[in-house]
Design a protein around this ligand. Structure first.
Ligand code: 5RP
Length: 232
């Protein structure tokens, strides 16, 4: 079973967590997009649900599928968010932001009673860090901010190249109008320490370490599905 099919299997299983009348956060990325498609099909079949998207891309997809949408200002408290991740560990700590939506994803997850991650098995790791950690920064003073991010990371035991995200020769700009630093630390031994250190750097808007936010992960592999954390 290839990674794409695994993503679909995880997305299908996440429907078990979705109940009638829920306020639901919709994640971003290729795995979350499969879940959004499935929610769209359920809505067509009469499921009554109100959704808050975590990005403009997801908003457009959900809108096209006829999924009833609200903003977090309309509905500041959600029942559940289902989202993908770039990496996760057995303690349900995540790296997110590969798709550049980490700020809204974290705000929506924090506003949700539960967060469920859906992923293919290749993303489950013993130690986070092989996937470069995205850090969203303000566009002002990026060289200074990058230097402070380097210092903070070093103090938290992390070292490695930090690159300003660039797509087709242009700096990547998030939905919030910010830039993203991709931090290749290889190994993040203490995600809590690193997250706290990054949070206090002036210019850092948000980082892609999600700690104490995820309640369950549905990880689909070639041999089936593993659920870490809470069941439906
Ligand atoms: C976007 C994210 C995504 O959830 C993450 O990048 C995983 O994406 P995919 O499902 O395409 O592998 O954090 O900001």
């Amino acid at each position: 079973m290839d990674a794409d099919t695994q993503k679909l299997r995880a997305a299908e299983r996440a429907l078990d967590y979705v109940k009638r009348g829920m306020k639901l956060g919709l994640g971003t990325g290729s795995t979350a997009a499969k879940f959004v498609d499935l929610v769209g099909a359920r809505v067509k079949d009469g499921l009554n649900i109100l959704c808050v998207p975590t990005s403009e891309a997801t908003r457009k997809q959900a809108e096209a599928l006829g999924i009833p949408l609200a903003t977090l200002d309309d509905e500041p408290s959600l029942d559940l968010t289902v989202d993908g991740a770039d990496q996760l560990d057995e303690q349900l700590r995540l790296i997110k932001g590969g798709g550049g939506a980490l700020l809204r994803e974290k705000i929506v997850a924090a506003a949700s009673q539960r967060m469920v991650v859906i992923a293919d098995a290749g993303k489950l790791v013993d130690v986070l860090g092989a996937f470069p950690l995205p850090v969203e920064i303000d566009r002002f003073g990026i060289r200074a901010t990058r230097a402070r991010v380097e210092d903070a990371a070093r103090e938290a035991g992390c070292d490695g190249p930090i690159a300003l995200r660039n797509i087709d020769g242009q700096n990547f700009v998030s939905d919030g109008g910010n830039y993203i630093l991709d931090c290749s630390f290889s190994r993040i031994a203490d995600p809590v320490k690193l997250g706290l250190a990054l949070s206090i750097v002036p210019g850092v808007v948000e980082h892609g370490l999600f700690v104490d936010l995820c309640d369950a992960a549905i990880v689909a592999g070639p041999d089936g599905i593993q659920i870490i954390g809470e069941g439906p």
